[in-house]
Design a binder for this molecule. Structure first.
Ligand code: HAM
Length: 431
């Protein structure tokens, strides 16, 4: 609006961003509370970091896809910076600086808002909140199993079960052993991962062609697709189990899967070599959680990244973690009828009859609020009918009615808005 002009302007929300009016905020809070409860139950501590970071924190290790989606710019001091597209590099930066003096393992979680300049589509926006849970300083698969269990339990806490979602688990070391045996050179592995990461969207023919483009022998692609078509450790063992490095990884994966079985989560988890993850820094077991119907994009993704903390200037520290987004999850909860009904709730609404009783109403409101109750009173003189209508709109459980006759007798009428029951309560009890 130009200064002095009365012309108004309509502002639109940026594409891919959300407003959270109270009804929407309630779902967000419902999800965050479940995430926090589950993380804390497993001993994880909450942390946060700045939403802006130096650009190079992402350009070196996150991989081409995410770098193409950065919201980056130069600040007024000429620094190249970016809004955070993911949390893992910030975590590596913090631990790179501090982990030497910290007891291990480190169990941390966070719920940052992240920003990626993506093409907006179902389940993908330009901002999302992501539950990050990371366990740092433990190299055994017990840590991988613990982290996946937290992810699964986060969804179970929200009412979803194995009929609604599943975890698909793979191992980058296994895939790299198979790719190397198929002619792909070490330095082309990230390209091969990026190709395989898109196999479900692009289909077999195009993926084969692209894999040959990164050095894979044509016959080997056939075997890889046979393994994709037959998920499970058994087919990998049959085709490749005699190779020494593969046998070792298979044994680790068996321990990992039997830990998850012992936690009662076996029916949620399946081995699936076609899961590779889009980010470049993973080094071992990787996983993604999907809705069972296969209608939505991944709800969650994570894995082991044993070299990132060292890259960020720290000690050599094994790490495993995941990110679970609120967007796909919100859609799944809504598809399954698991979004709680939105209801306003208030403990007390104070109805006053006559302006003289305003100071009394204010005193009672103050006292009840100090005791931890939520209280609303009308901000200006209104009819009793209107005040009761407001009490209903606000979702008040009780109204406190201050009428001149009752107040003269030293009492107020407290009405239960659910049952309509009324009782006289001494003003001394209320103020
Ligand atoms: P990611 O796979 O890029 O992993 O993201 C994890 C999850 O965040 C996805 O499965 C998806 O639910 C959600 N998500 C990602 N991008 C968007 C978007 N544009 N709109 C809506 N939701 C989205 C990571 O970010 C890793 N840093 C996770 C991690 C933590 N790995 C180890 N520790």
């Amino acid at each position: 609006m130009t200064k002095g002009s009365s012309k108004s302007t309509t502002f639109r929300r940026l594409p891919g961003f959300r407003d959270f009016v109270p009804e929407d905020f309630a779902l967000r809070a419902h999800i965050f509370e479940a995430w926090r409860r589950v993380a804390r139950r497993s001993g994880f501590l909450e942390y946060d970091a700045p939403p802006l970071e130096p650009l190079e924190l992402y350009t070196e290790k996150s991989g081409a896809e995410i770098v193409g989606q950065l919201y980056n710019f130069q600040d007024k001091g000429g620094r190249d910076i970016s809004l955070r597209p993911e949390m893992t590099p910030s975590l590596a930066r913090i631990l790179g600086e501090r982990s030497r003096s910290m007891p291990k393992p480190i169990r941390w979680f966070s719920i940052p808002q992240l920003f990626r300049y993506e093409r907006q589509q179902r389940g993908r926006l330009r901002e999302h909140f992501q539950w990050n849970v990371d366990l740092v300083g433990e190299e055994s698969t017990a840590a991988d199993a613990e982290v996946l269990a937290v992810a699964i339990n986060g969804l179970r806490e929200l009412g979803l079960d194995h009929t609604s979602f599943r975890a698909r688990v793979s191992d980058r070391r296994l895939l790299s052993a198979l790719l190397s045996a198929s002619g792909v050179e070490e330095d082309r592995l990230p390209d091969a991962y990026a190709v395989i990461d898109k196999v479900e969207r692009e289909g077999e023919a195009k993926t084969r062609e692209r894999l040959e483009g990164v050095g894979m022998e044509p016959d080997a692609a056939g075997l890889l697709f046979a393994l994709f078509a037959e998920p499970g450790l058994e087919s990998v063992r049959r085709h490749f189990g005699d190779r020494e490095e593969v046998a070792g990884i298979l044994a680790e994966l068996e321990t990992y899967l039997s830990d998850l079985e012992a936690m009662g989560l076996g029916e949620y988890v399946g081995f699936d070599l076609s899961i590779v993850r889009g980010l470049a820094y993973y080094t071992g077991i990787v996983f993604e959680l999907f809705d069972r119907e296969g209608e939505l994009r991944a709800i969650c993704g994570g894995g082991r990244y044993d070299r990132l903390v060292e890259w960020a200037g720290g000690e050599s520290l094994p790490a495993v973690g995941f990110g679970m987004g609120d967007v796909v999850l919100g859609e799944l909860l809504s598809d399954r009828g698991l979004v709680p009904e939105y209801r306003r709730a208030l403990d007390y609404f104070i109805v006053t009859i006559g302006d003289d009783l305003r100071p009394l109403a204010l005193g009672i409101a103050r006292r009840l609020r100090e005791d931890g109750h939520s209280v609303v009173y009308p901000l200006r003189a209104q009819s009793v009918r209107k005040q009761f209508a407001s009490a209903a709109t606000e979702g008040a459980g009780r109204t406190i009615v201050l009428g001149p006759d009752e107040v003269a007798r030293g009492v107020a009428i407290v009405r239960d808005m659910g049952t309509g029951e009324e009782q006289e309560v001494s003003l001394d009890e209320l103020r």
